[in-house]
Design a protein around this ligand. Structure first.
Ligand SMILES: [Zn+2]
Length: 279
């Protein structure tokens, strides 16, 4: 699929292959854990990519981290200090920038309900099971999409299978009561996840991104209004004004490319006649 989709490329001019993947990337073992993607158990993505372009450097970056890096570089000019990008898509993850270094956080498997439903990871009540795309669509469909008098029923033409983020957003903008109620409950769960992450990392900025932002400003405001920052004796600084929606959208390709270029063009050896122009 990669080859056919990039058939217009002149392979002789390729310098590297950079891919972002919604998966856990194990740097030490040089392996990729494809828990979200539906693939054969024996499928080895890294091996396949290497076989595709054996002569080229290969950079594989987790999707949340790649999106975080794009946001950090292109929206905040790479000077925003510590930042966490909360990637809420089919899966849920985080790209974490600390002192200019990029990390990946498996926050989708942070439990917010020990009695919740069983997750593929073996725990109960994982955030991903509650705010991942499939769960969010299911919640709106069950609670609002089946009401024959509701906005979501009308917008979907009475076919629950057609309910998607765009239709939910329209129903939210119309102020449909049941859709608003479901949205408030989901926003509460997302806010709980963000509040926990603030306690863990004490970041300067939080960016909410991923497909969930398609639900629009009304929904994002519901989330932001529900984030609780522990303020007793200044446990965490009040960063509520620094929790924002993504300005880049799904920019993981740009993020992984920029990450690769930045790594290559970083001066790591100081020589006697080095001249620094700016920082
Ligand atoms: Zn889990």
């Amino acid at each position: 699929m990669l080859k056919s989709r990039s058939s217009c490329l002149d392979e002789s001019r390729l310098l590297a292959v950079c891919v972002s993947i919604p998966a856990k990337i194990n740097k030490a073992e040089k392996s990729i854990n494809l828990s979200i993607l539906d693939t054969d158990e024996n499928f080895d993505l890294l091996e396949e990519l290497k076989r595709m372009c054996p002569e080229l450097p290969l950079a594989a970056v987790n999707q949340s981290s790649a999106r975080a890096y794009a946001e950090y570089k292109y929206v905040y000019g790479g000077k925003n200090g510590d930042m966490i990008y909360f990637n809420i898509d089919d899966g849920v993850g985080a790209g974490i920038m600390i002192n200019g270094r990029l990390f990946t956080g498996e926050i989708g498997h942070m439990s917010i309900d020990p009695k919740g439903s069983l997750c593929v990871c073996g725990k109960r009540g994982c955030l991903e099971n509650l705010i991942g795309k499939a769960a969010v669509i299911r919640e709106f469909t069950v609670r609002a999409g089946e009401n024959r008098n509701g906005a979501l029923h009308a917008l979907s033409g009475g076919n629950p299978a057609r309910i998607n983020y765009r239709l939910i957003r329209e129903a939210l903008e119309q102020g449909d009561r049941e859709v608003m109620e479901a949205a408030r409950d989901i926003a509460e769960k997302i806010a709980l996840g963000i509040s926990n992450v603030i306690c863990m990392f004490d970041p300067e900025k939080i960016v909410v991104g991923g497909g969930i932002v398609e639900l629009g400003r009304t929904f994002l405001n519901m989330v932001l209004a529900r984030v609780k920052i522990p303020g007793i004796n200044g446990v965490c600084p009040d960063i509520s004004s620094q929790i924002v929606g993504s300005g880049m959208g799904a920019a993981e390709n740009l993020g992984v490319l920029r990450f690769f270029l930045d790594r290559i063009f970083t001066i790591s050896v100081e020589t006697e006649n080095t001249v620094y122009l700016g920082d």
